[in-house]
Design a protein around this ligand. Sequence first.
Ligand code: PAF
Length: 287
Amino acid sequence: MMASVMQILDSVDPLQTEIARWKRQGHTVGLVPTMGDLHEGHLSLVRQAREKADRLVVSLFVNPLQFGPGEDFDRYPRRLDADSSLLGKERVDILFVPGNDAIYPQGTQAVRQVSAGDLASILCGVGRPGHFDGVATVVKRLFEIVQPDLAVFGQKDYQQLLVIRRLVAGAGLEVDILGGPTFREADGLAMSTRNRYLNAKERAVAPQLYAELQAAKALMQAGGLTHEQIVERSIDNLTAVGFRPVYFELRRATNLSVPGETDRDLVLLTAAYLGETRLIDNLLFSL
Ligand code: PAF
C-alpha cells in the first residue's frame, strides 16, 4: 500500500473537514501537540500515537500564553522546514501549523484562559505564574478543534502531564491522555528544545541534573538518611557543579502532593538554571 503524503494545514476549517471525513469512516484520531523544533523525544511521542490511532495529527504552535514576561518566546526556535521533513517520515497524516488567529480568534489579550487549578501554583508554577493556565488554555483549544480520541504528552514535563489529565477529567472530555517516556541523550540529559541554549561548558555539566535525581532515588531506596537530608544533599551537589536549583522535591506521583510515610509511588522533580537556561527533569520510582 502506498504511504499517504502528510498534509500541512494552517487553518481550522480544512482540518476539521478532513477529521470529520475520517470519523465518518470510523477511524480513531490521535493528536500530538508540540511547539516544534522536534527531536527524538517528540518523535517517540508521534510513534506512540501512530501505533494507537488510525489517523494522526501533529500540531506545531508556539503558544504565547504559556510564556511569561522575560521568557524565551521570541527566541524559541522555529524550524518548520526541518520539523515537517522529520514528520513526513513518521506517517503523520496532518501537520497543523496554526497562527495565533486560528487558535485565539478573539486575540490573545481577550481570550478567557482555562485555569489549571491547584497544580498550577506549585513546583514549576511558582516561578512561572500563568504558565500552566496558558498550557491548559491551548491544549483545551486544540482538543476542541481536533476532537482527538487520544493525545500523547511527554513525561519529561510531568507536572504538565498531570495538569492536562486533570483538565480532561474536570471538563469531562473524552480524550485518552497518554504519557510518553523521557528520551535522553547518551549521557543522560533529558532531550529538550532548550538544551540548544546551553554553551559547551554548560552542556558538559547538564547531565548532572539527571545523575543527581538517580543518586537521590538510590539513597531514598537504600534508607538511612531522611528524605529531607537527601534533598538537601542534592541541592548542595547541584549548586557545587554550577546549577542554580529552583527546586528539587519529592512528591506523590499521582497528584504531586507532599508524600507521607506510607506513600510508595513517588516522583523526584527538579528545575535548575545553568547560566540563563532553565532545565527540568524528573524521575518516577517506588519505595
Ligand atoms: O509541551 C509542549 O511542547 C507544550 O507545552 C504544549 C503541550 C505543546 C502546549 O503548548
